[in-house]
Design a binder for this molecule. Structure first.
Ligand code: URP
Ligand code: ZN
Ligand code: ZN
Length: 456
């Protein structure tokens, strides 16, 4: 299949210019002015922006968690991704006790492959850091799996890793050129707060926030960064949501350490006040959405370059699942949706003038590709996969669940007004979304081997 996207404004992380994009056999062949290619179809992009597909570096699809499973399976989650301009997702595989890394990934890959509508890779959430698993870091990296997540929380779910685990994993990641990511919150203080609130009968979603407020997350960010600094090992902090942690990242980066920070659209758009709403339970995720001071610090971090990626932590639960905790926040499955909203939201912020379009591309596409070693993605360049989004800056779009493509029966983004919207998504040159309609196919998405460069 061969076509030329003509007359659009091509956006990269550093520039924007009027250019035509020639695509053949799933790859970008060339980008230039007034391209004419014999026999190629023409896609008119006049008045539109042409961007690299987004990479959502943080999803939980058909994720067994909190005694249930997240609502989007690999089909629905990647369908929603395609419709939101996300052409690659990094999904989390949880290692079960006793399992090896590749042993944990193989069945998830088998589950995902026939359902995926866009390309995918995996991060492995380690729960059992045996000597054999540490040893396996290098072999797994050679097979395209260079990144791990360590939960500093979820003790009762059997997912938590202690400081010694973090230390050993960081040491080994440094030796092997792999990357450790942490979910940073202090589990003991959370448990203490929850116990107190339970005794006092304080069980509304607001107490989810109060049981794990800013300082609870910050302490763990600072602790993880401390070990990374001590070992001079790279570290990636997932879903950073608090101002003190943001400051710790800033300090470490300014001191020359390789610390990456990811935040999520829900932390950039909402504040903890959502937990006082009647539907507050739908916003319950961990870390919880914080106060205005944290939100401001995250935006400042984005503008100054201390936030490297915006990803979604897409982990939706249907209303009936969220309702288990209607009267008790401890029973609410943790997680929110966002894979279809990430790129439209960040591009809308660009269109409204809060950030540049270049910055949106850097955060949502180029940086995740670079950090996780996804070399064929993340930019519109000759030779790269033709993962392309066409965006119309003149559309006014109000998010409603009816227009979304997830399996979830509500969205926390309901009623959010966006300036501009995605009109087409191409995954390796294949049109998978156009004007509100999903056009992709289950099984089209491929596993992408990532090869992380040291100090990338
Ligand atoms: O609440 C959340 N974030 N659920 C998904 C699991 C995680 O901690 O990332
Ligand atoms: Zn997490
Ligand atoms: Zn997550």
């Amino acid at each position: 299949m061969e076509f030329v996207i003509k007359g659009g404004t091509v956006i990269t992380s550093t520039s924007s210019y009027c250019g035509d994009v020639h695509v053949k056999d799933g790859k970008i062949v060339t980008i230039g002015q007034n391209l004419s290619v014999n026999g190629a179809n023409i896609v008119d992009a006049a008045g539109k922006y042409v961007l690299p597909g987004a990479i959502d570096a943080h999803t939980h699809l058909e994720f067994p968690f909190n005694g249930t499973t997240s609502a989007d399976d690999y089909f629905a989650g990647t369908r929603a991704a395609a419709c939101g301009g996300v052409t690659t997702v990094f999904d989390f595989v949880t290692q079960r006790k006793g399992q090896g890394i590749r042993e944990a990934v193989a069945p998830r890959n088998a589950l995902c492959a026939p359902k995926a509508c866009v390309d995918y890779s995996f991060h492995v959430a380690l729960t059992d850091l045996t000597p054999a698993v540490l040893e396996e870091f290098s072999a797994a990296a050679e097979e395209g799996l260079p990144s791990y997540k360590l939960f500093m929380v979820y003790k009762k779910d059997g997912l938590m890793m202690n400081d010694a685990d973090i230390y050993r994993a960081l040491e080994r990641s440094k030796e092997t050129g792999t990357l450790i990511a942490v979910h940073a919150e202090n589990p003991d203080v959370i448990d203490l707060n929850i116990e107190r609130f339970q005794k006092e009968g304080k069980l509304s979603p607001w107490y989810h926030y109060l049981s794990r407020p800013e300082a609870v997350e910050a302490e763990a960010d600072i602790r993880a960064i401390h070990w990374a600094r001590t070992l001079d090992a790279p570290l990636y902090i997932v879903h950073l949501a608090n101002y003190e942690g943001m400051q710790a990242v800033r300090d470490a980066v300014n001191d020359g350490y390789e610390i990456y920070a990811e935040t999520c659209p829900q932390y950039l758009h909402f504040t903890c006040d959502v937990y006082k709403r009647d539907d507050g339970r739908n916003f319950v995720c961990s870390p919880p959405i914080k106060g205005q001071k944290s939100q401001d610090a995250l935006w400042k971090g984005i503008k100054e370059g201390y936030i490297n990626t915006v990803a979604t932590d897409h982990c939706p639960f249907r209303q009936e699942q969220k309702d288990w905790g209607k009267d008790d926040f401890t029973k609410i499955p943790n997680g929110c949706m966002g894979v279809e909203n990430l790129y439209p939201y960040m591009l809308s912020e660009a269109n409204k003038g809060n950030i540049t379009f270049q910055k949106a591309v850097e955060l949502c596409s180029e940086n995740p590709a670079k950090i996780f070693g996804c070399t064929q993605k993340g930019a519109l360049e000759p030779g790269k996969d033709a993962d392309i989004v066409i965006y119309d800056p003149s559309i006014d779009f109000t998010i409603t669940n009816e227009k979304m493509h997830s399996n979830c029966d509500y969205t926390i983004w309901e009623g959010t007004e966006l300036k501009g919207y995605i009109t087409s998504t191409y995954s390796r040159g294949q049109l998978v979304y156009k004007d509100g309609e999903f056009l992709g196919k289950a099984g089209y998405g491929k596993f992408i081997k990532c090869q992380r460069q040291k100090n990338s």
